[in-house]
Design a protein around this ligand. Structure first.
Ligand SMILES: C[S@@+](CC[C@H](N)C(=O)[O-])C[C@H]1O[C@@H](n2cnc3c(N)ncnc32)[C@H](O)[C@@H]1O
Length: 268
């Protein structure tokens, strides 16, 4: 059998999430995002993640009755939060990880959403849906796994209805020249998460070239907290000690050149 580092990239992403999903579930919960759109509320992390997912849905323009594709859906945490709140919404999710798809079925059944949320194993570069199926396509911290954004956007455009929307929230690389130390930390970050962290502007350019119109981007750093991801890795921030999730993911980064951002666009 080929070693992980020799396997094709998609195989490495699948292997990473098949192996890491139980740790995410145990230490982060059913939403696998480092950044929570936070308004400074109180309460447990599950409630804060749910509130963040609803804010993301609103920013994406998701409304009751739509058909939505969650591209890179994890175990369906955001889809469940959003479908629970918005009536008549149907969400299809795709993930590369069979372990995530299996777990999502349990979570979707527990939420009583089997008729409205469906998750399958598929690659978002080759989607198993007919042309013009979806009103909105969202990527919540999942677009950074694409080695080919232009090919990705052409495919996502194909399954979007005319006038339909694309919304992406993700981690991006700072656009400026990086120092050697920043580059080394970014390389390590990409290695840990099997990620392709790129500047938001590159993604916007690819969306425009693929045929989207009204491509807009914004920085989300002022509204994002990574506190829950930090707690998942090192427990109580006052008395830090590595959790099993942290043993795999934590590094003492000092100058990691990343930023949170969003992209919105429309199919003409
Ligand atoms: C950081 S997780 C985010 C999961 C989810 N959006 C959430 O908020 O919980 C990244 C997800 O992207 C998925 N992914 C990465 N590359 C993919 C691809 N080529 N096709 C489909 N899903 C992909 C992974 O399987 C994983 O579910």
């Amino acid at each position: 059998m080929a070693s992980l580092s020799e396997a094709p990239y998609g195989g490495r992403v699948r292997a990473y999430y098949d192996a890491a999903t139980s740790g995410y579930l145990d230490f982060l919960g059913k939403t696998f995002q480092a950044g929570v759109l936070d308004t400074g509320g109180a309460g447990p992390s599950a409630a804060r993640y749910a509130a963040s997912n609803l804010r993301l849905a609103a920013r994406a323009g998701i409304s009751p009755g739509q058909r939505v594709l969650d591209a890179g859906c994890g175990v369906g945490g955001p889809a469940i939060d959003i479908a629970t709140t918005l009536p008549g919404l149907r969400i299809d999710g795709v993930t590369l990880s069979p372990v995530q798809a299996e777990k999502s079925r349990e979570l979707i059944a527990a939420a009583g959403l089997q008729e409205r949320v469906r998750i399958q194993v598929a690659d978002y570069h080759t989607l198993p849906f007919p042309d013009a199926t979806f009103d909105t396509v969202v990527f919540f911290e999942s677009s950074g796994y694409s080695p080919d954004p232009l090919g990705l956007f052409r495919e996502v455009l194909r399954v979007t209805r005319p006038g339909g929307r694309l919304y992406i929230k993700d981690v991006f690389r700072l656009a400026r020249q990086l120092s050697a130390r920043e580059q080394a930390e970014l390389d390590e970050f990409n290695h840990i998460y099997v990620h392709h962290t790129r500047p938001l502007g590159e993604l916007a350019e690819a969306a425009g070239r693929a045929g989207y119109s009204g491509v807009e981007t914004a920085c989300l750093d002022a509204d994002i907290t990574t506190r829950f991801m930090e707690e998942a890795m090192i427990g109580d921030l006052q008395e830090p000690s590595l959790t099993p999730f942290g043993e795999v993911h934590f590094r003492p980064f000092q100058v990691l050149p990343i930023t949170f951002g969003e992209l919105r666009a429309r199919r003409p």
